[in-house]
Design a binder for this molecule. Sequence first.
Ligand code: ITT
Length: 196
Amino acid sequence: MELVFCTSNAHKLAEVAAILGNDFSFLTLSEIGFYDDIPEPYNTLEANSLTKAEQVYTQTSRDCFAEDTGLFIEALQGEPGVFSARYAGEPADSQKNMEKVLEKMKGTINRDAFFKTVITLILKGKAVQFEGRCHGKIAETKSGVQGFGYDPIFIPEGAARTFAEYSADEKNAISHRKKAFDALSDYLRSLNSKTR
Ligand code: ITT
């Protein structure tokens, strides 16, 4: 089975390749010559991840998967959520996004938050979704240089360091993305065993 990963985010590509290991491989959008901009116009991760995969499937007829991820902060009523990439406005800027979060959270006691990833897989025109979450807390300040996006301000549950202070392997062992991709791998394995 040849699957295309519908993402233009190089950090996600690297994390997903490491998470999947030998489970299954994928082609990137540039490997299939797909360079169109894919809008994410909806206000749920489910709808945005579906629209990304549908756009690639409709234009290329290739089986594919897309993922949409957001950081949901309890004290900010779920912000930045689906607007995580451009929380501080255009162009998308992770440093400005984190500064906006830290400013809004100044003096806030409840720092509970979670990352949520929604994957949409399209096989022969049929869409299936998978979800993964990682709970934790928003730090008072940024620390660490690993990872990407909001990692320098996110402390996973039970930890004393941010995701940006984790090695790639440590983050990939417990992340929202790991849980969602494990569910996708299980599903693909179950299809394989049915067709044997
Ligand atoms: P696509 O091409 O896959 O759509 P994107 O960068 O637009 O890539 P998303 O909309 O899914 O990706 O992600 C929204 C933002 O959430 C992303 O730009 C990061 O700032 C942040 N984010 C996603 N995954 C993250 C992670 O594992 N750790 C920290 N921040 C993350």
